[in-house]
Design a protein around this ligand. Structure first.
Ligand code: ADP
Ligand code: PAZ
Length: 318
């Protein structure tokens, strides 16, 4: 049994979660229908996801099945509410939030869930947005003195993010989000992502589980139908951050357009040291101060071991 989840250091008793170890979780999937056969599973891996077939079938397929049940349940509830009110309002997209530290594997999971969910008959259209598009542009971050706090709650235009998700949920024909480039490390002027009435919208980002700030009535977390927190030990995430930085340093940073081009010529030891500095000064404090305290707000918590394999799953039951 692992330590109970805490909210700001206060133990939560009784736990609102039921905890299943990997074996029990995987067993749930065996008795439920699956939208993928073995061949498709292997093809999914070919998308470049660093995931094993057993990880997909034992961990992520059961999640997609559970999400499918929630989608069906929320549509029934919508119809019941319509009947009660004597109305015929259109159903709204089902919105999923995925939260967790920088480098914990959120985007990998979000991309995989998009593929899996789109294979269910009742949710063919799944859109994915990352909240980095809602970071203030670097010029604005500099003006506000926040360049060294990229990823902290205050570095995002939270009002624009809330408006974006509200508009998608309200069924608007087309909703646009700004686009952030990891290459230039900035918002790309005039580039946009357009979302057109999906069945499911996945919103992935560090801070999507944050409660409303002081003086605000609503946060984006109030608009989610289901939320996932991706959890791992800080020491493991630190290593994953460093490894990804080294991979980028050998690859993407060599592009002269890269914001980090100046790092391309560093030795491996220098690159490791630089990654460590960025981690310790920005991403780790953000994890400890802002991101991990939102963990107990999630519907589902995925605990990863040092190899990225999910070792246990916590599902909210209260
Ligand atoms: N399930 C996994 N198995 C192996 N490696 C993974 C897995 N998920 C993520 N990674 C690796 O960990 C790093 C961080 O993953 P990523 O999805 O980019 O994280 P985030 O979106 O949270 O910053 C990447 O280098 C990615 O290749
Ligand atoms: C862009 C990010 C803030 C992540 O944003 P998210 O998509 O989770 O909203 C993060 O990847 C980042 O760049 N952090 C700044 C420190 C660093 O360079 O790692």
């Amino acid at each position: 049994m692992s330590e109970p989840l805490h909210t700001n250091g206060v133990p939560v008793h009784p736990s609102p979660f039921v905890e299943l170890d990997r074996g029990d979780w995987a067993a749930l999937a065996r008795s439920t229908p699956q939208p993928l056969n073995e061949i498709e599973l292997v093809q999914l891996r070919g998308l470049g996801e660093p995931l094993s077939v057993s990880e997909v079938s034992e961990v992520y397929l059961p999640i997609s099945r559970l999400l499918n049940l929630y989608v069906t349940g929320s549509r029934r509830l919508h119809e019941a509410t319509n009947d009660f009110l004597g109305e015929r309002s259109e159903r709204t997209p089902f919105v999923i939030g995925i939260a967790g530290s920088v480098a914990v594997g959120k985007s990998t999971i979000a991309r995989l869930l998009r593929e899996l969910l789109a294979r269910w008959d009742n949710t063919p259209r799944v859109e994915l947005v990352t909240t980095d598009g809602f970071l203030f542009p670097n010029a604005e971050l500099e003006r506000r003195g926040l360049m060294a706090r990229k990823g902290f709650p205050e570095s995002y235009d939270r009002r624009a993010l809330l408006r974006f998700v509200s508009d998608v949920k309200a069924g608007s024909a087309e909703v646009r989000a700004p686009f952030y480039s990891h290459l230039t490390y900035d918002i790309v002027p005039d580039a946009q992502i357009t979302v057109r009435q999906p069945d499911v919208l996945i919103v992935e980002g560090l801070n999507v589980l944050q409660p409303p700030g002081p003086g605000h009535r609503l946060a984006v977390s109030d608009l989610f139908d289901f939320t996932i927190y991706v959890d791992a030990r800080t020491a493991d995430i630190t290593r994953w951050y460093e490894e990804r930085f080294l991979k980028l340093q050998r690859g993407a940073f060599s592009d002269p357009k890269s914001y980090f081009h100046r790092y391309a010529s560093l030795s491996e030891a220098e690159a490791r040291a630089r990654a460590g500095e960025i981690w310790r000064s920005i991403n780790e404090p953000n994890l400890l101060q802002n991101i991990r305290p939102t963990r107990s707000r999630a519907t589902l918590v995925l605990r990863k071991d040092a190899t990225h394999a999910v070792s246990s799953v916590l599902l909210r039951k209260l």
